[in-house]
Design a protein around this ligand. Structure first.
Ligand SMILES: Cc1cc2nc3c(=O)[nH]c(=O)nc-3n(C[C@H](O)[C@H](O)[C@H](O)COP(=O)(O)OP(=O)(O)OC[C@H]3O[C@@H](n4cnc5c(N)ncnc54)[C@H](O)[C@@H]3O)c2cc1C
Length: 569
């Protein structure tokens, strides 16, 4: 045979036949997949969550347990969990114009996103405590919202803003009468058409501008009265907003400078005459997390809006909304922690290394237990504040909402990124892979800490609350003192805090330190009040540490029992 010639075809076929014969016993199988977990799905997010079930019962929403259990089964189904994955794999897209060049400002979402929105709105996550107030109303909603967020966090943004718009709009009776029935309706209608043609609408919020997000008083967007001025009157808004999440909402609460100072306005996407309101979406943000949720940059080119609340009192008006969105950040970050713990424990109970399941290896047991303690502390404080929201007619509870939600928003959101990272590491290399839920939890984790008041801004808000409304500190101290004697470490912690809070002159520069300690004290008290089996372990690991606290630095606690309590199945 000449060089370069291949074997004759029939010879090649013979050779292949000959090769195939000895490989037959194995076929194409190169190896068996073993020691890899079965995916966490088809479990009940409510029934399997002991701390959540206890919180619902304890904080006044036992009546909702059956419905929450039914929802927990649905939320934990493989099909529902997959909605969360798909909504983030297929990010929203902006069509600024239609194909003929007309302004459209249309956001296209994957059907999975719409399915999540529909489920949330039909479940009343945007309205139930307002439409059906009473014992446990906020608690039941918080529990349901927590499970929704375990599945997917991004769609929670417009749900939260719609929920939080009610207390703000109530400050302007005429607008409230017109809008609240549709805002609170359990109807999801994503069409880009005037609100007048819809049964249900969603609401966004636009405060942040390029030159200032925390410092909204730096807003330069102008509001010019169309005719008569003042609350409830029409204005035209000219300016920009650097962050407008969920820009497909039907209307937005917007801050702008009226002649009498920074004021709040309700700006719909469409004018009452059926033409598009020039609240124009310039582009969608490219975000590291929160991918399913569209966040945009917009320009207001004479957009029509109506003043909500008194002129010049825009911050005081919109703060009614912000207070509720901050509470939802507590729910959202607690839920992120819960899902991270569930994933970590479920992985480690199925994965072996060095001859034993990871969950049984003492060092891993300690890490998992510590992650579970953090998650339970976050949930317990969140549900304590939910209860307080249900009892705002009580002075103590009302003051606790003011300070406790500021502390909780700051602390729980701040703890979440580190928690997500440590949980991710429990899965080893698989935790970094995009086809696991861990990268999504990790990238989502910093978002709640930033919006609705970033860390320092929250600390300054806590300082402001204590200085201007001393009853909030009294409520805090009453709350932590109610469990006096449960833990010597907590008693010492509270005594030192009291000492440090006697002098408030230089509070701003000390605020991080003081707020961290306020938060840990409040979480410890919430856990003891709840008679949680992790309360002592929380105090031991958070109040008696000898160095910086890293997850897993647990000693002298029953880590196995804590992990068993937190296991999702
Ligand atoms: C995903 C996403 C979606 C968003 N969606 C919306 C939306 O729908 N509507 C909306 O209005 N906004 C939205 N925002 C904007 C968000 O609310 C702001 O980013 C946030 O308030 C911080 O403002 P900033 O980005 O201008 O940062 P800055 O205000 O410049 O703050 C930067 C840092 O400085 C700190 N800081 C500020 N003031 C002080 C001080 N006095 N002392 C010490 N430290 C200080 C802050 O804590 C922060 O860490 C969104 C943001 C994100 C990330």
């Amino acid at each position: 045979m000449k060089k370069g010639d291949g074997p004759p075809m029939n010879a090649l076929a013979d050779r292949q036949d000959n090769f195939r014969a000895p490989l037959d016993p194995y076929g194409a199988v190169t190896h068996e997949v073993f020691n890899q977990p079965v995916e966490l799905a088809e479990y009940n997010l409510f029934d399997s969550d002991i701390a959540l079930k206890e919180a619902v019962r304890r904080e006044g929403a036992s009546w909702a347990s059956d419905a929450l259990g039914a929802f927990g089964a649905r939320a934990g189904s493989a099909e529902f969990l997959e909605l969360g994955t798909l909504a983030n794999k297929n990010p929203p897209e902006l069509d600024s114009h239609d194909r003929y060049g007309r302004r459209a400002d249309l956001i296209r979402f994957h059907p999975s996103y719409h399915a999540l929105m529909k489920a949330s709105i039909e479940d009343g996550l945007h309205s139930s405590p307002w439409t059906d107030p009473g014992e446990g109303a906020h608690v039941a909603r918080a529990a349901r919202s927590y499970m929704h967020t375990e599945v997917e966090a991004g769609h929670g943004c417009p749900i939260t803003m719609t929920f939080a718009a009610t207390p703000c709009l109530k400050l302007q009776e005429d607008l409230a009468a017109q809008w609240l029935p549709k805002i609170q309706a359990r109807v999801y209608d994503p069409r880009n058409i005037p609100a007048e043609q819809k049964q249900g609408v969603t609401i966004g919020m636009a405060m942040t501008e390029k030159q200032g997000g925390s410092d909204v008083r730096a807003n330069t967007t102008r509001a010019i009265p169309v005719g008569a001025d003042g609350p409830g009157r029409a204005y035209e808004l000219v300016g920009h907003k650097f962050f407008v999440s969920a820009p497909m909402c039907d209307a937005f609460l917007v801050l702008a400078q009226a002649p009498g100072g920074l004021s709040c306005f309700l700006v719909p996407r469409w004018r009452p005459d059926g033409t598009k309101n020039p609240l124009q979406i310039i582009r969608l943000k490219r975000k590291m997390g929160n991918v399913s949720n569209a966040s945009s940059e917009t320009e207001l080119r004479g957009a029509l809006g109506w003043m909500v609340g008194p002129e010049g009192r825009g911050v005081a008006t919109i703060i009614e909304m912000v207070a509720m969105t901050r509470f939802d950040c507590m729910i959202g970050s607690s839920a992120g922690m819960r899902m991270a713990v569930s994933q970590a424990i479920d992985h480690c109970r199925q994965r072996k290394a060095f001859g034993a399941f990871l969950i049984d290896q003492p060092l891993m047991t300690a890490v998992l237990a510590d992650l579970a303690i953090e998650a339970e502390a976050a949930l317990t404080l969140t549900m304590r504040i939910a209860r307080a929201l249900d009892h705002r007619d009580d002075g103590h509870e009302d003051a606790l909402v003011r300070l406790g939600s500021a502390i909780g928003k700051y602390w729980i959101c701040k703890r979440t990124p580190g928690h997500a990272y440590e949980a991710l590491e429990c899965l080893g290399g698989s935790g970094v892979m995009e086809d696991s839920p861990m990268p999504r939890l990790y990238r989502e984790a910093p978002v709640n800490a930033i919006w609705e008041g970033s860390g320092n801004v929250q600390c300054l808000d806590i300082a402001r609350a204590i200085q201007r409304s001393p009853q909030t500190l009294e409520a805090y101290l009453a709350e932590v003192s109610s469990v006096k004697g449960e833990s010597a470490a907590l008693d010492t912690h509270v005594a030192a805090l009291k000492d440090d809070l006697r002098e408030l002159a230089d509070f701003d520069s000390r605020a991080r330190d003081v707020c961290d300690r306020l938060a840990v004290g409040l979480q410890a008290a919430a856990l003891f009040r709840a008679a949680s089996p992790v309360a002592q372990a929380f105090c031991r690991s958070r109040l008696e540490t000898r160095g910086a606290h890293n997850y897993g630095a647990l000693t002298g606690v029953d880590a196995k029992a804590i992990v068993k309590r937190a296991a999702p199945r």
